[in-house]
Design a protein around this ligand. Structure first.
Ligand code: ADP
Length: 356
C-alpha cells in the first residue's frame, strides 16, 4: 500500500478533537477525495498528511514507512491551496519554475520541465505573462503547475476550485481529471462539493464531525450509502426521508401504507422498529410499474431545470421531491400518482441511522 493512515486522531492544543480514528489506505495513482460539510475535519486530515500539522496519535505510513515525524519535503508531497499564492511580479514561467530554481536545478532541465508542465496544463502560450493578466482558471493552473513540476509522489489539493465562478469550476474540474490521467499522480483532494467528489474521485471519503462516515467509489456511495448522512449528502436533490414505525410489516409514508415484505424478505424482524424510509428523487417513475409502490400525492410546486424538473409533493403531512423528465411535468395544486420501484427503496435504522 502506498499511503496508510491508521487510527489517526487530531486534538488541537485548545483540546478540540477534530479528527477521530481515521483509517484509510491509498494506492499509488489513486485519486482520493475527502468530502463533507465545513468543519468536519477534511483540511485538518490533509494538513496532517502534508506534514503541516502534527498527528496527535495514530500512525501515518508512506510505502510502509512511518512518516509521522517526516517533514513535508521528506514526504514528497506538494500542496495546492484555495488561494493560488502566485508571485505577482514573476512571469508564469518563473512561477512554475520557482521550486526547481530554489533547489538549484540546472537551467536546461528547468526549461524542459516547465515546457512539459505548461503543455499538460495548456499554458504554453502564457509563459511570458504575469499572473494579473490571467483568468482565475489560468492562475489556478499555474498554481497546479508549480506543484506538479516537482514530480513529487503525493499531490494534495485543498478546495482548489473554490475561488472560481461556476463555469470555470466545471472547466477546471475537467482539467484536473485530465491532468491526473496524464500524470497518474496520487492525489488527495478536499472539497465540500459532492459533485466535485463524485466526478473526480476513484475513492471518496465522506466525513462528518471528525468521523469517517463511509469510504467507497462514487458508485457505491450513491447506490449503497452506509447511513442517512451519506444518503442525504450524495445526490442532488438529496434523498427523500420519512421516519416511520414498522407495523404489520408495513411502514407509513404520509397517508400511504407501504408493505415492506416484497422489498425486505425478513421484514418481520423489523416489526415494531423505528425506521427511516428513503428514496431518491430520481427513483420516481410515472408509468404504472410492477414491483413498485404506488404513491398518490399532491403537487405543490415545480422547478424546471432544463431536461429535468424538480416536483415538490406532499403525501398527507409528508413532503418529498421528485425529479422527472421535463416533458412529464405535472400540474401544480393537483393530485398526481407516481411509483417507486422496490429496488429504489432504502431503509435505515431509526436510532443508529445505519442502512438496513
Ligand atoms: P474542514 O476542512 O472540513 O472545513 P477543518 O479541518 O478545517 O474542517 O476543521 C475541523 C474542526 O477543527 C473545525 O471545527 C475547526 O474549527 C477546528 N479547528 C481547525 N483548526 C483549529 C485550530 N488550529 N485549533 C482549534 N480548532 C481548530
Amino acid at each position: 500500500m502506498y499511503i496508510e493512515l491508521k487510527n489517526i486522531n487530531k486534538i488541537y492544543p485548545n483540546g478540540y478533537h477534530a479528527v477521530h480514528n481515521f483509517n484509510l489506505e491509498i494506492e499509488k495513482g489513486e485519486f482520493v477525495v475527502f468530502v463533507g460539510p465545513s468543519g468536519c475535519g477534511k483540511s485538518t486530515t490533509l494538513r496532517m498528511i502534508a506534514g503541516l500539522e502534527n498527528i496527535s496519535n495514530g500512525e501515518f505510513l508512506i510505502e510502509g514507512k512511518r512518516a509521522n515525524e517526516m517533514g513535508p519535503r521528506e514526504r514528497k508531497v506538494a500542496m495546492v491551496f484555495q488561494s493560488y499564492a502566485l508571485y505577482p511580479q514573476m512571469t508564469v514561467y518563473d512561477n512554475i519554475a520557482f521550486g526547481l530554481t530554489l533547489q538549484g536545478v540546472d537551467e536546461d532541465v528547468i526549461e524542459k520541465r516547465v515546457k512539459e508542465t505548461a503543455r499538460i496544463l495548456g499554458l504554453t502560450d502564457y509563459l511570458d505573462r504575469l499572473p494579473r493578466a490571467l483568468s482565475g482558471g489560468q492562475r489556478q493552473r499555474v498554481a497546479i503547475g508549480r506543484a506538479i513540476i516537482r514530480k513529487v509522489g503525493i499531490f494534495l489539493m485543498d478546495e482548489p476550485l473554490s475561488n472560481l465562478d461556476a463555469k470555470q469550476r466545471v472547466t477546471m474540474r475537467y482539467e484536473i481529471a485530465k491532468i491526473h490521467k496524464e500524470t497518474g499522480a496520487t492525489t488527495i483532494y478536499v472539497t465540500h462539493d459532492q459533485t466535485e467528489a463524485m466526478t473526480l474521485a476513484d475513492k471518496i471519503v465522506v466525513m462528518k464531525d471528525g468521523y469517517i462516515q463511509q469510504v467507497g467509489t462514487p458508485y457505491d456511495l450513491y447506490f449503497k450509502p452506509a447511513n442517512v448522512f451519506v444518503a442525504g449528502f450524495i445526490g442532488e436533490p438529496p434523498m427523500n426521508f420519512a421516519p416511520s414505525r414498522v407495523s404489520g410489516g408495513c411502514i407509513r409514508f404520509g397517508g400511504a401504507e407501504l408493505d415492506l415484505t416484497p422489498r425486505y424478505a425478513d421484514a418481520k424482524k423489523l416489526e415494531g422498529k423505528e425506521v427511516i424510509f428513503g428514496f431518491r428523487p430520481e427513483a420516481a417513475v410515472l408509468q404504472p410499474q410492477e414491483d413498485a409502490y404506488r404513491i398518490d400525492c399532491n403537487v405543490e410546486l415545480t422547478e424546471m431545470l432544463g431536461d429535468y424538473t424538480n416536483v415538490y409533493i406532499t403525501v398527507g403531512e409528508q413532503q418529498a421531491i421528485l425529479k422527472v423528465d421535463s416533458h412529464d411535468t405535472p400540474q401544480t395544486d393537483a393530485p398526481f400518482t407516481f411509483y417507486i420501484p422496490y429496488s429504489g427503496v432504502y431503509l435505515f435504522d431509526g436510532e443508529t441511522e445505519k442502512v438496513i
